[in-house]
Write a protein that binds this ligand. Sequence first.
Ligand code: MG
Length: 500
Amino acid sequence: MVNAVTVFVRVFLCLCVSSAAPPNLVILFADDLGFADVGCYGHPTSVTPNLDKLATGGLRFTDFYVTVGGCSPSRAALLTGRYETRSGIYPGVLYPGSIGGLPLNETTIAAMLKPLGYASAAVGKWHLGLGANGTYLPTNHGFEHYLGIPYSHDQGPCANLTCFPPDVKCFGHCDLEAVTVPLMHNDKIVQQPANFLELEKAYSDFATNFILTSAQKQQPFFLYYPSHHTHYPQFAGARAAGTTPRGPFGDALLELDNTVGDIMAALEKTGVINNTLVFFSSDNGPELLRRSRGGSAGLLKCGKATTYEGGVREPAIAYWPGRIQPGVTHELASTLDILPTVAKLSGATLPPVALDGVDMLDILFSHGKSKRQAMMFWSLNPSKTRGLFALRLVKYKAYFYTSGSVKSSTGPDPDCVAPLMFHDPPLLFDLESDPSEHYALSLKERPDLQNVLDQIMKVKASLEASMEFGESQIAKGSDPNLEPCCNPECSPKPSCCRCP
Ligand code: MG
């Protein structure tokens, strides 16, 4: 009798689970936002009420990593669940005229969800390539809808567009050689140059309309919102400009936070909030070169374009009312783990390729242990011959190479701008007792650490052996004729590429 009841309950539960609507997914992805930039991560003058609310009601990560400290490769890893070395998004980042882009045989989260009937939209900074005839745009990577600037907003003569009110002196340097940055809807340019002061409102309207439409159709959806905020030079429209104690960086961050609030309100209004996983993080650490306009990694070492903790450890919050219990987790996790997590939640089939992520279900739903033991870090200019720059195994991080970057200059720590150095034996840090990486551990003083180092070298060899480098998309170079122009036949370029 007991067995019969048990079987009945199990069958009933299975039926309930299988008949439940597939969960929606919202990924909020900031740009160049450091570990300590958000209010709930300790910044004293940031104004981020909506992100703080997500943290209060959700799970806040303390040990969450991107794969690398740069925009394009980090995004490639997030969307594919694979290191950027596999997809060929190296060295550095893509440009407006780049010939290459995220290869079309890579499967993004949107493409993975498509066979399940998901609607997918991307809004904001793509930065995974355009190519000839928009080959690499989001609409060719599984997203049905796209509104945004397809690369960094400073990759065009943007500085005179970022100030509010318009009669104040603008601040910041942009790429003056390229075309002005376009606003694209799907694969069409709808405005060039993009109006930065009204951009965020357009993004917010687009994102909330997408949620409303999908909810009305009772269609599961994936919204990917990679924000331009808080990349340099910061900008903000009327709703946020001049309203925070932190200046332009704080205003830009507040504008991002306002959009997060709009998106959350749309999820609540449509009644889908209890069936939606919302995940927030950032693509890489702060660009310290920009001083007070460059963000903060807090107690973490260095920032953007380095493999130090400040370059790759990011704020991250998972929110799902009724499913994720509020709290803080110190478990090791990564953007690489989002795709496998979404596959498990939705029942999607994993892409038949070498994946580098593990699902985070135990962390999210029971505050349990991570399936991830290690995290490897290649430089922005990776090489199979040189190998890994750094590797974290549980609480220890070993550096085989270190290198500073001009992007992380201006701080007092000379390591943030130091040239490439090889370390044998590797530099070793205990990130639990020394998250700032101030005190390298000495094998002479701690001979017991030899075992740790041996394990690290074993994991390193195994991970390096499993890494197949894809053809570099960025080494294919750039062609000025591929830069997006709303008036392709006009002359002289790029100044004639202007449309209302
Ligand atoms: Mg970035």
